[in-house]
Ligand binder design. Structure first.
Ligand SMILES: [Fe+2]
Length: 131
């Protein structure tokens, strides 16, 4: 089965959903490139792209949280910071050869599925309740 964007990942917030879609597509691209056996430098470049995009997307979400005085802003922001730090470590280990592409992909996908279905879902429900 090929992993792809699915409506079950939609939370009902246009901006958040479109950014999640791009984030998931980047993760899928990393997985398919690694299966094609492209040079490691290309895979490292794709991981850096994912890391930068994640950082961008998290700031967008944090701004949305600030706009609506989201009560869990601090806790949610800490989860974002933790992901960026862990991803940085994963990339470092991938570059050094102590972590493989499959391990990095599984970490990214699990994080995406878990975070969007729990924390981001709570945020979107809160935004909807305020409008
Ligand atoms: Fe989030």
């Amino acid at each position: 089965m090929t992993l792809q964007w699915d409506d079950r990942y939609s939370l009902g917030h246009e901006k958040i959903d479109s950014e999640h879609h791009i984030f998931l597509n980047l993760i899928i691209e990393f997985d398919s490139l690694s299966k094609k056996g492209v040079p490691k430098a290309k895979l490292i470049g794709t991981l850096k792209e994912i890391e930068k995009y994640a950082a961008f997307h998290f700031i967008c979400e944090e701004n949305l949280m600030a706009d609506c005085n989201y009560p869990e802003l601090e806790q949610h922001t800490k989860l974002h910071q933790h992901l960026v730090a862990t991803l940085d470590d994963q990339i470092f280990r991938f570059i050094g050869g102590t972590s493989g592409a499959t391990e990095v992909f599984e970490f990214l996908f699990q994080w995406f599925a878990m975070h969007t279905s729990s924390e981001d879902k709570k945020l979107v429900s809160y935004i909807a309740s305020q409008t």
